[in-house]
Design a protein around this ligand. Structure first.
Ligand code: 2PG
Ligand code: MG
Length: 429
């Protein structure tokens, strides 16, 4: 029985924001089947691969009929007969058939769903869980989770400028323990918000919807919630997503009523890392403001992880270029940001080769698909970012890692502090 691809089907399903997205199903000659669903970002970099949407009035222009049609009319004919185990070949053909540098013609939403479904089918064919199929004989770690407590920015009506207020527990002895600590901090944060002001449900990724007077008010509240949880060694991680409020003329932090130049922005970010127990800082500057990114990294990079997301867009070329200029010391890895599994892996490898931290990440629009949980383990990424600690499209991923941790039994190694670039690792021990 062979792993040749015998059919590929695309269909429209719905994501966690109630928007249409693309699911792909791939069947092999052996009878193995793989399925995957494309996620969708809200804060997107201009250098990302782009989704194909129908436009017009129907479904607010977000329909995916054209993306689904492309799977049937162009992608399937090109991939039928190929060996699903040759992921790199499959992904090369996907890029070729699309023919654009940013997947605009057939859509990154169609392409990423097919690329991940082929991977799932190959693992099913090998009768292995996906993480183990990817890891082979290598020892891989259970990733350190980065979990959102408050959601802001583009995920919460811009109630705070900062997008993600998260926590990390590098001192936990296991993933299971890290989640229990998160549970306690999340509840304490909710209680504080209930006591001190508006508690208006949850944001796009399940974090508390922020009702704060300033960005620093949110930071103070998070620090208090950590304190009240009684747990030690719990750190703050921020995704500033500065792209969303910055351009060539500077950064407009609306909640604080402040306009900052690049240099002032860097100073503010560095100041926060001195006042609060911040261990990780994502996108403290805009996607093309590498000068500000690099000055932040130069100032704090030996004790704080500086993560490139919109800055790097999971692109191996940009990772290598950024590494040459010390723009950051960690890379966020989102498969749909570049479009195929192999290109995402190449970006992760480029970052790991420089000794950077690597974080497999979900998008703000997600589904029940848990493929990325397996990528985080099987690729030994060390860190995993999925959003918050409510809502099943988030919890499904955390729960999947729990299952993997249990399946590994006594061989499970929790990444903990080892997830960070060497300097930061040292400052933690
Ligand atoms: C990010 C992600 C997840 P989005 O910026 O890191 O928080 O957001 O998927 O909207 O780009
Ligand atoms: Mg980000």
């Amino acid at each position: 029985m062979s792993a040749r691809i015998t059919s590929i089907t695309g269909r429209q399903v719905w994501d966690s924001r109630g928007r249409p997205t693309v699911e792909a199903e791939v069947a092999l000659q052996s009878g193995a089947v793989g399925r995957a669903i494309a996620p969708a970002g809200a804060s997107r970099g201009v250098h990302e691969a782009v989704d194909l949407r129908d436009g017009g009035k129907r479904l607010a222009g977000l329909g995916v009929d054209r993306a689904v049609a492309g799977i049937g009319q162009e992608i399937a004919p090109a991939l039928l007969g190929m060996d699903a185990r040759d992921q790199r070949d499959v992904d090369r053909v996907l890029c070729q058939v699309d023919g654009t540098p940013n997947k605009a013609r057939l859509g990154a939403n169609a392409i990423v769903a097919v690329s991940m479904a082929v991977l799932q089918a190959a693992a099913a064919d090998a009768h292995e869980p996906l993480w183990r199929y990817l890891a082979g004989d290598r020892t891989v770690r259970i990733p350190l989770p980065e979990i959102q407590i408050f959601g802001g920015g583009a995920h919460a009506g811009r109630r705070t400028d900062v997008q993600d207020f998260m926590i990390m527990c590098p001192g936990a002895d296991s993933f299971r323990t890290a989640l229990e600590i998160t549970h306690d901090v999340y509840r304490e944060a909710g209680r504080l918000m209930e006591a001190n002001g508006p508690l208006a449900g949850v944001a796009d990724e399940g974090g508390w919807w922020p009702g704060f007077k300033s960005n620093e008010d949110a930071l103070d509240t998070l620090a208090r919630a950590i304190d009240r949880s009684g747990h030690k060694d719990v750190y703050i991680s921020l995704d500033i997503a500065a792209n969303e409020f910055g351009d060539e003329s500077g950064y407009a932090m609306a909640l604080d009523g402040r306009r900052l130049s690049g240099a002032e922005m860097a100073e503010r970010m560095i100041g926060w890392t001195k006042r609060y127990p911040i261990l990780s800082l994502e996108d403290p500057a805009g996607q093309d403001d590498w000068t500000t990114m690099a000055s932040v990294t130069r100032a704090i990079g030996t004790r704080v992880q500086v993560v490139g997301d919109d800055v790097l867009v999971t692109n191996a070329g940009r990772v290598t270029e950024a590494a040459g200029r010390d723009v950051c010391n960690a890379a966020l890895i989102k498969v749909n940001q570049v479009g195929t599994v192999s290109e995402a892996k190449a970006a992760l490898d480029a970052a790991a080769a420089r000794g950077w931290g690597t974080i497999v990440s979900a998008r703000s629009g997600e589904t029940e698909d848990v493929t990325i949980a397996h990528l985080a383990v099987g690729w030994d990424a060390g860190q995993f970012k999925v959003g918050s600690f409510t809502r099943s499209e988030r919890m499904a991923k955390w729960n999947e890692i729990l299952r993997i941790e249990e399946a590994m039994g006594s061989r499970a190694v929790f990444a903990g502090a080892s997830a960070f670039a060497p300097g930061i690792r040292k400052s933690l021990t």
